[in-house]
Design a protein around this ligand. Structure first.
Ligand code: ZN
Ligand code: ZN
Length: 457
């Protein structure tokens, strides 16, 4: 933006720069919508950014990728002390390569997310420009006036982190995306005990994932999926094709183990799966003995030995699953007697694409198994359902609950749950609302203009 074109509100710093007696929270993305998470914490004239992701918007033409309009912080980038990325999902890391040139701050994250991010930066020619710091599990670091402690959480991608953010004026636990998983496949079990340490000193604010706040009970554990997946694969006669989210390395481990137990050879097909697998190897979350066969071998194996893990669980047109359904993939073909398993859920908005894909496969005589077709679980959400949220409230015992990461109905559901659970205060806002955590917890509605930037295709 040219200096002469700077909007008047950007210049009015008096009300939009936190003083030494202020502690603020400002979401620019992901608060009141699914995707494109971008959060700012501000105190004493400085800001810390947490996550910088993309979102997907569907219209008549198709799907468009967007990221948050970050003009507010771009205009005061000298006040931005750093960007912390909690985990490797696109809605948290996907916009760094687009926004960083206007921010130019240090970036902090764990090894797996760093590997995923490095590839994105390399694609934009930024790999050598971005100061990228790899942070170990449970690390503590002072970033400007923010003392940040990384707190491992279970989620559906490796090394996901919650953040304890402490300033002279208050303590926030920023949950990131999380669940309590009693049997995770990759990361350690993070449970109530693990978080009890947080409540030894009072946590003033809990800024918390609301994705599944309307869902009763608990999410399935990753560890229990082996049984359900194995049961289906054992009964399969022909080829087996499984589609899932590529970033869920734990799920890929489970699938490889199922393949081996059933005398099949696993292969990964599709660009995003290959990328996540490469990142997992570099970050040491893919054991060397967990061998895969090259996709080109699948066409030469007896049908009963084929186990293909493929991209395209959402019916995406260019992805492998869709090409297999249309008979246009060069590695092999699927047909009568083969089994296709969706170890995934349908992301809202993709229902028609997935339905069309399933119909196409069924027309070819393929046995299709989706989550609702299986007695035993074959997919687990990475987000906390209501029982887990209550358990988190008990551990952290916040004075104030701030629901984020969800559409309005999810934020409202979590706010109500917090009230029922006896959390003294709740603050519910949207992107662009300025949450004044200190001196008085409150919200200045619509304080900062926000919007979406659409990525050109
Ligand atoms: Zn996530
Ligand atoms: Zn997320």
């Amino acid at each position: 933006m040219a200096a002469s074109g700077i909007a008047p509100w950007l210049k009015q710093r008096r009300h939009t720069t936190p003083g030494s007696c202020d502690f603020w929270f400002l979401p620019l993305g992901g608060c009141g919508e699914i995707g494109a998470n971008l959060n700012l914490y501000g105190t004493d004239g400085q800001w810390l950014m947490v996550d910088c992701g993309i979102g997907f918007e569907r219209d008549q033409v198709g799907q468009r990728v967007f990221y948050p309009d970050a003009s507010f912080i771009e205009a005061r980038r000298e006040e931005l002390v750093g960007l912390v990325i909690t985990h490797a999902h696109e809605d948290h890391v996907g916009a760094v390569a687009y926004l960083w040139p206007k921010l130019r701050c240090p970036v902090y994250t764990t090894a797996f997310t760093a590997e995923v991010l490095k590839r994105k930066l390399a694609e934009q020619g930024l790999l050598d420009s971005v100061p990228l710091y790899i942070v170990g599990r449970d690390a503590q670091l002072d970033i400007g006036p923010f003392a940040v402690t990384w707190v491992g959480v279970n989620h559906s991608t490796p090394e996901s982190q919650g953040l304890l953010i402490e300033t002279a004026l208050g303590r926030v636990f920023h949950s990131g995306d999380w669940k309590f998983d009693g049997r995770p496949v990759l990361d350690p079990v993070y449970n109530q005990d693990h978080f009890a340490a947080l409540s030894q000193q009072p946590v003033d604010f809990l800024v918390c994932d609301s994705t599944n706040a309307t869902v009763e009970g608990r999410s399935h554990t990753e560890g229990e999926l082996y049984k359900g997946l194995k049961k289906i694969v054992q009964a399969a006669e022909g080829r087996v094709v499984v589609t899932c989210f590529g970033s869920n390395i734990g799920r890929l481990h489970t699938l490889v183990k199922v393949a081996r137990a059933c005398g099949r050879y696993p292969a990964l097909l599709g660009r995003s799966l290959e990328r996540f697998h490469a990142a997992a190897r570099l970050a040491d979350v893919w054991p060397a003995d967990m061998a895969l066969v090259p996709p080109g071998h699948l066409g030469y194996l007896p049908e009963k030995e084929v186990f293909a893990i493929v991209t395209g669980s959402q019916g995406e047109k260019g992805a492998v699953m869709s090409r297999l359904a249309r008979g246009s993939h060069r590695a092999f073909d699927v047909g009568a007697g083969d089994t296709v398993i969706f170890s995934s859920r349908v992301i809202p908005g993709n229902e028609n694409e997935v339905e069309n894909l399933v119909r196409l496969l069924q027309l070819k005589g393929v046995n299709v198994v989706q989550e609702h077709d299986s007695e035993l679980p074959i997919h687990a959400s990475g987000h906390p359902a209501r029982e887990e949220l209550r358990a988190m409230y008990d551990c952290v015992q916040p004075e104030v609950l701030i629901p984020v990461h969800g559409e309005p109905q999810h934020l409202e559901a979590q706010a109500a749950l917090g009230r029922e659970h006896g959390i003294p205060k709740g603050l519910q806002g949207r992107n662009g609302d300025l949450f004044t955590l200190y001196p008085y917890p409150g919200i200045r509605r619509g304080a900062i203009p926000v919007g979406r930037i659409y990525r050109p295709d």
